[in-house]
Design a binder for this molecule. Sequence first.
Ligand code: 4HQ
Length: 223
Amino acid sequence: MRIDFVTLFPDMFAPVMDASILGRAQEKGLLEWGCVNPRDFSEDKHRKVDDRPFGGGPGMVMMVEPLEKAVESIKKKGSKVILLSPQGETFTDRKASQLAKDGHLVLVCGRYEGVDERALELFDEELSIGDYVLTGGELPAMVLADAVVRKLPGVLKKEEATESESFVSGLLDFPQYTRPRVWRGQEVPEILFSGDHKKIAAWRLSAAKAATKRKRPDLMSRA
Ligand code: 4HQ
């Protein structure tokens, strides 16, 4: 998969995209990524990419022309162009699995008060990572990239990929324990030392259900 970020802040990406599992995905040839800066496509001598909102009010709006040129410079047939914005449909793990089937994602990161409404026709989808307001779309774009890339076949090692994982099953993760066996008087559930893998699996499923009911009752109705 290739992921291109359209961003006024390209320096934000390498520390996240080149680290850890995403870095390893590139070494394995499973991921390529790059950035395109709309400022490089501004016609203006001051490389302006934003302007004051018609109708007045505070803040600035991203101009449609530099954005359009930046997107067109990297778009190929089969590319999926996505705007990150609080107005979008909520991004979910299911959506991540769907996007992992695409060969090329173009993730457009807004700044300021957002993009000129007429730019919306440039995008195949508008996605939000949640109901809170950030200073720009860069972190949401990297959140989406991380969730999508870990779905690509071969990216996770066997021990990193669990089928029982939260949201795939529709339940939260079951509780996990490691050493020490006793911490501040709290013992690890005895069954986990039983060696009976059938019993352990059954215990984990019921513990996952109990945790989901208690912490995320909203998920329970769907599971
Ligand atoms: N922003 N999910 C405002 C977000 C956001 C979110 C991105 C801040 C766009 C203009 N994006 N800019 N939440 O808060 O995706």
